[in-house]
Design a protein around this ligand. Structure first.
Ligand code: GUN
Length: 292
């Protein structure tokens, strides 16, 4: 392996310590405890593990964690009513509805119900619009974490070519928008399932962000030597040697990419911890704004 490992866990630990200090200061100075409400509908195993990690991190940072579980059979109107209540609750500064929602729910309608000033995921149309025009807003957590991870490598992206693979609303589209901001100044290509000859694009990239939701989307032969690889994928692949019967892998083939890249994020331990960290960051920021 030639590549430097971009240690998301370490960066997350350091940033969370800074957030915890901010939480303690807000409590001491204003008597305010930042509160995050996490809503999980149904019992998708991956979502259960994500929300459990978010709630634990929230408590560890000294914040209030309000945990709301609803069965997959709950009426959409009941979910919307719960969100409306949280919008009006002064103890709650951030509201998160874990996606994907079970079949039959309108994610658009549910996300639209979250007050933009408590939308710490940065998913509402108001915050997405603000992000695109460069207004003050909650930046979406995974894309914001990715920018922080690239900063750790020391690579100056100004004038460099960044290739993003995947056009989801949660990762691909917003990360492309953040990378093309003046403050980063990369030239961005957004690739997706309709892209012909993906390797022709990735071979000219200084940074590849892969968020395709499919293992082995990116392999070492598709990289320019020295490229930085940010792997957003979290895939469960069957593995009988593991107690749980599966192991986690990203969207990049780690072994071959690590031979060619100058730096790469591991899965797990790369992007995931930073997503949660930026959620805490936004929640603290929200609490500071409300009470400031
Ligand atoms: N599902 C996958 N990633 C996320 C995220 O960052 N926030 C929420 N709410 N759901 C997700």
């Amino acid at each position: 392996m030639n590549a430097q490992l971009i240690d998301g866990k370490k960066l997350a630990t350091e940033t969370r310590a800074e957030i915890a200090r901010g939480v303690a200061a807000l409590k001491a100075e204003k008597g305010v405890t930042p509160g995050l409400a996490v809503i999980l509908v149904g019992d998708n195993p991956a979502s259960v593990s994500y929300v459990t990690a978010k709630e634990k991190a929230c408590r560890e940072a000294g914040m209030l964690s309000r945990e709301i579980r609803m069965p997959a059979t709950v009426a959409e109107d009941e979910l919307i009513a719960a969100i409306a209540k949280l919008n009006a609750d002064p103890a709650i500064h951030g509201i998160l509805v874990q996606l994907p929602l079970p079949k039959g729910f309108s994610e658009k309608r549910v996300i639209d119900a979250i007050a933009p000033e408590k939308d710490v995921d940065g998913f509402t149309p108001v915050n997405v619009g603000r992000m695109l025009i460069g207004d003050d807003c909650f930046l979406p957590c995974t894309p914001h974490g990715i920018i922080k991870l690239i900063e750790v490598t020391g690579m100056d992206l100004a004038g460099k070519h960044a290739v993003v693979i995947g056009r989801s609303n949660i990762v691909g589209k917003p990360v492309a928008a953040l990378l093309s901001r003046k403050s980063v100044n990369a030239t961005v290509t957004l690739c997706h399932t309709g892209t012909k000859d993906l390797a022709a694009f990735t071979r000219t990239a200084d940074v590849v962000v892969v968020a395709a939701g499919r293992p082995n989307t990116l392999t070492g032969d598709m990289l320019k030597p020295g490229a930085v690889v940010i792997d957003v994928g979290v895939n469960r692949v069957p593995d009988a040697t593991k107690e749980k019967g599966y192991r986690l892998c990203g969207d990049a083939d780690f072994a071959s990419c690590a031979e060619v890249a100058s730096a790469i994020t591991p899965v797990p331990g790369g992007v995931g911890p930073m997503t949660i960290t930026m959620l805490l960051w936004n929640t603290l920021e929200s609490a500071r704004r409300v009470e400031g």
